[in-house]
Design a protein around this ligand. Structure first.
Ligand code: 13P
Ligand code: SF4
Length: 345
């Protein structure tokens, strides 16, 4: 009989948002045509050498690269095996059939992959790839909130440390936050640490949401006035905003959703002129798939996501550093919160 973990795995398999499992990647020489819109020709020879080295190392190490939508095109389109939003990466991390997972993203994503694959080696190429949301809250903060609101369940955004997840009842991502909140069948939840995500979800549900004061340092920079200026400067532009943006920004946008939901919107609606209010590489990556659409490009860089490069992915596979380890007493409780999220339809 299948174990509970196997049942959970088969339940969630294939329900990720926008990941694109890729066949064995071709050599660097064949890849340039795909990313030529986004990668200057002068940079390509350096990238090509790194890409070929990474392809070889992936084979010798039996490794896969999971890349978030905010990774640069030469990583996202050229060396990654699985790409997507935080939810897709978490889901797909469970189906990986390799010994080594390199997480081209930020540290909490690598921790999530490790939680779901405790027996595999999970590598993050730069330990400094953090997240302002993950830094905004500690396990002690969660315990204090629980004491202040006895009996109210804690929904924790995946953009947190494993230690914070361990204090939580269930995790969520921007792709499933509303469904997770409503799955609990209660009239009030604590949702942390992103204040803006919590307020944006509160606007879509009858469940009362108690929030924390964390912000994404990238998305908090967008303003409602910026959206109004964009509409004036680019008549007809369609505005998509990530739900980590302030509610006033989301209110001015035509659509709000996770990075995968934005990508799906673009594929479905094909707006002739559009702007993605999110991290800069997102537009580059979506534009590679839709070269005929006109992307207006005000964006903000995530300094943490940008710490990952082809060079440190290669180094990571050469040296097998930095392997993510999670304290077992934390890991078991954190895993439960992530698995509960993955079981929500
Ligand atoms: P997504 O889950 O929408 O990919 O967002 C992750 C993230 O870090 C956004 O800033
Ligand atoms: Fe964290 Fe914001 Fe960077 Fe995403 S974009 S990793 S939420 S700092």
């Amino acid at each position: 009989m299948a174990s509970p973990a196997e049942v959970l795995r088969s339940t969630i398999r294939g329900e990720g948002h926008s990941f694109t499992p890729k066949p064995q990647a071709p050599s660097a020489r064949d890849l340039y045509a795909k990313v030529s819109h986004a990668v200057p020709a002068i940079e390509w020879p350096v990238y090509a050498a790194e890409i070929d080295a990474i392809m070889t190392l992936k084979r010798t190490r039996n490794a896969v690269v999971l890349a978030h939508n905010y990774q640069t095109p030469e990583i996202f389109h050229c060396v990654s095996d699985i790409v997507g939003d935080s939810l897709a990466l978490a889901r797909e991390a469970m189906t990986v059939d390799a010994d080594v997972i390199v997480l081209a993203g930020v540290h909490f994503m690598a921790e999530t992959a490790k939680l779901l694959n405790p027996s595999k080696t999970v590598l993050i190429p730069d330990l400094g790839a953090g997240c302002s949301l993950a830094d905004s809250i500690t396990p002690a903060d969660v315990r204090r909130l629980r004491a202040a609101y006895p009996g109210v369940p804690v929904v924790t955004y995946v953009n947190t440390s494993a230690a914070v997840k361990a204090e939580s009842d269930i995790c969520c991502t921007s792709g499933n936050a509303k469904a997770v909140v409503e799955s609990l069948g209660v009239d009030r939840v604590i949702m942390l640490p992103d204040e803006f995500l919590a307020r944006n979800i509160a606007a879509q549900t009858d469940v009362k949401i108690i929030s924390w004061s964390g912000h994404c340092e990238v998305h908090e920079l967008f303003t409602a006035q910026e959206v109004r200026d964009l509409r004036e400067d680019y008549p007809g532009v369609v505005v998509l905003a990530h739900p980590e943006c302030a509610p006033e920004v989301v209110a001015e946008a035509d659509f709000s959703g996770s990075t995968a939901a934005m990508q799906a919107y673009v594929a479905r609606e094909r707006p002739a002129k559009l702007v993605l209010l999110t991290e800069c590489s997102m537009s580059d990556n979506v534009a590679v798939l839709h070269p005929d659409l006109d992307f207006v490009r005000p964006c903000n860089l995530c300094p943490h996501m940008k710490k990952i490069t082809l060079r440190n992915i290669r180094r990571s596979l050469e040296t097998m550093q930095h392997a993510v380890e999670i304290d077992p007493s934390v890991a078991d409780r954190a895993r439960l919160a992530v698995e509960r999220m993955l079981a929500v339809k």
